[in-house]
Design a protein around this ligand. Structure first.
Ligand code: ADE
Length: 220
């Protein structure tokens, strides 16, 4: 799967892509990341990418033309890719959406910046995505969230059984049960007895109860 990220700050991604699961996914040839600098599509000698809003208002907006050109450039090498715009005005991101994205052959992710973007960019994207009801300074961190959550769902990226069914939010709501590892007791804090019992049925039923309990608490 090829991810192409259109951003004014490509360096922000370098550390994230160079470590852990995202690094391994590239290493195994299961994911490919291309950083596209929006500045390269800027206009005039100063490579301008932003301008003030019509009608007045604070701050600057990303201009439509550089965005359109950068998207076309990305599409050129991957015509079937889905184009996603990261924006707090997008559709709320959930695990089910990550699962859908993980079946695409490619994703072109556009990172918004400044106070926003010229709305006409909507003509050139397939979907806009928000990672939550709060405003970040740009779409870069949201894009990293999306890339991480999608890449780990690509078959073969995680070792062994991905256990997607028992992970938190497999159904967008249910939270995974708590887990413990050695030692059995730490500063008086004990691992729940049932987990040491060797009784698989009892363990399963405890886990299911815990999962339901935590899910209920978090959603009330
Ligand atoms: N850009 C700024 N805030 C954002 C958010 N919450 N989700 C996606 N993109 C954003």
């Amino acid at each position: 799967m090829k991810f192409q990220i259109i951003t004014l700050f490509p360096e922000m991604f370098e550390g994230v892509f160079a470590h852990s699961m995202l690094f391994k996914a590239q290493d195994k040839g299961l994911a490919q990341f291309q950083l596209i600098n929006l500045r390269d599509f800027g206009q005039g000698p100063r490579k301008t990418v932003d301008d003030s809003p019509y009608g007045g208002g604070d701050g600057m907006l990303l201009k439509v033309e550089p965005l359109h050109k950068a998207i076309d450039f990305a599409k050129n090498s991957n015509p079937d890719a889905k184009v996603i715009l990261m924006t707090p005005r997008g559709q709320k991101y959930m695990q089910s959406q990550a699962r859908e994205f993980s079946t695409e052959s490619g994703l072109i992710i556009v990172c918004g910046r400044y106070e926003g973007y010229d709305e006409r960019v909507a003509q050139f994207i397939d979907q806009s995505v928000s990672i939550g009801n709060y405003v970040l300074t740009g779409g870069e961190i949201p894009a990293m969230v999306l890339v991480d959550s999608v890449t780990r769902l690509i078959p073969g990226v995680l070792g062994g059984a991905t256990s997607a069914e028992i992970e938190s939010f497999a159904d967008d709501i249910t939270i995974e049960y708590p887990q413990y590892t050695r030692p059995e007791e730490y500063e008086g804090l004990k691992v729940p007895e049932v987990l040491l019992s060797g009784n698989h049925q009892a363990v399963e039923s405890w886990r299911s109860q815990q999962s339901q309990l935590i899910t209920k608490q978090l959603n009330s």
